[in-house]
Write a new protein. Sequence first.
Length: 207
Amino acid sequence: DMINHSDRAKVNVLFDETNRSYSIMTLVPYKKDEEVFINYGGHSNEKLYLEYGFVLPTNRNDSVSFTSEDIFKATKSVFPTAELPKNRYNFLKSHGFLTDLYCSNDGLSWNTRVLIFVSFEPLTVELGEIQKVIFSASFRLPSQEIMNSILTQLFSRKISLYNRSIDSLKKLSPLESHCSITINCGIELLQKYLAILDKNASSYSIQ
């Protein structure tokens, strides 16, 4: 606890057998009087909050996670006739496309893009054709209008959940003064998630 964490810090940690002590060498230059940081690992703010009780002002490891069900529901709310046949589901599962579903400050994850694409494709399109598109340089997402509609549904559910959670935490804050730091930190975490969703919405021109 003597040195704080930064997602941008790079260090080497050595153990001196003779002195039975640890030494930490930074691989990042610092100016005189600047704070020196270490790195606990590639942790998101959620993990830092739950395990260490703090969040970083900016964290390159932050993301908003989705479940495959979130994406299926968002697609079906836009296209009620959309279905995911067993052969498509098995293909997605066997290739690991049902995990690592999220958006970050860098945009939608690859698996999220693939799942939206497969969920949207008409049943008349053969699985073989879908596979060819996914694994080729010609991979594409649906049109801007369709993406806007699907992502609006996907993001709005998360935004509503986070806003309700923030409201609940704010109501707790005056009553739980001994937990105010933890509560405020939780509010800050949720606000960062809202900012990620807002940035992604802006990149797809979602109003």
